[in-house]
Design a binder for this molecule. Sequence first.
Ligand code: SAM
Ligand code: SF4
Length: 363
Amino acid sequence: MTVQLGMPLLPSSARAATVDRPAFEGLRDRYGRVATDLRLSLTDKCNLRCSYCMPADGLPWLAKQAVLTADEILRLVRIGVDRLGVRELRLTGGEPLVRADVVEIVAALRRAHPELPIALTTNAVGLDVKAAPLKAAGLSRVNISLDTLHPETFAQLTRRPFFDRVLAGIEAADAAGLGPIKINSVLMRGINDGDGADLLAWCLERGYELRFIEQMPLDADHGWTREGTVTAAEMRERLSERFRLSPDPRARDGAPAERFEVRLPGCDEVLGIVGIIASVTEPFCADCKRTRITAEGKVMSCLFSHEETDLRDLMRGGADDDDIAARWQDAMWLKPRAHGMGHVGLGAADFVQPDRSMSAIGG
Ligand code: SAM
Ligand code: SF4
């Protein structure tokens, strides 16, 4: 159903717009959602090769000149925050720490936006060295990916023997005050699907918030199957063999993770929180607040969008902030209602995996 905003249609010739849509403020779409959470990719490169994301041989990396410069990143964030209602920023990739100027980018963003929550999603390789400088630069917090506590399983999943470096990175982030630390885990059937409860115990002991993410069809190898996905229901069942989970009474407020309080059976004490992000089997598209910009400056209104809107060439061609904001709004106006990969009656059978892998979008 299209939401009527009661606003006049702007002729597309009056601005750099490419679609007919009402005039409005912020990043609205046809279904009444407003995006306030910007996920911005700093690079498509990565030093791991997680099988659910990248192929073993990596991907052809973008040329350096194709990637947004630090100034372009600052400009897009300024337009997002000052004109389009962005209220939260997450820097991601690829692996954002691979970018040599990541600390300078965070420092410049912080100078420009003293109050903006700025988070970073990272695999933590190299975070042992960069955690303190990132904190000093003004980074608010980190989400760190860790799928197992077994070094061999880690090497199998990521195709790199960097388990110890990741642990050192997590400890450094904690010591630097980049908390509350959130750990992201993807469970893969037959590889680490038995590791969930141990990961949860490990996170609870350290005060980290663990979030399991259902594997999405965003692997460059196109090996994902719906049947092979370890579902949220399975995760809850496996965790319940050792822990008692009850829904977190706090409002979800559009957050992707369904949060649960964790207790030991027979005990009242809440040991911590675990989140489960059921993008495939219990999608939350109706509450999505996200807008994404890839490392080469394309707006993606959804992880699964087949449409991309280029802001980089617009900037490089001399467009003013009004034009860029209008094009970003155009892209978001066309955000699909839902990704359709698991919804009964919403075209699950017609679901087509996007060409881009997670690393090339920015997760
Ligand atoms: N390299 C960083 C990292 O791994 O944290 C940031 C980018 S990565 C693409 C962001 C998140 O996406 C990670 O938590 C990763 O586990 C998750 N991810 C990657 N591919 C995925 C997939 N196919 N399904 C679900 N989550 C995925
Ligand atoms: Fe790299 Fe992150 Fe993708 Fe793993 S999930 S390959 S760390 S971008």
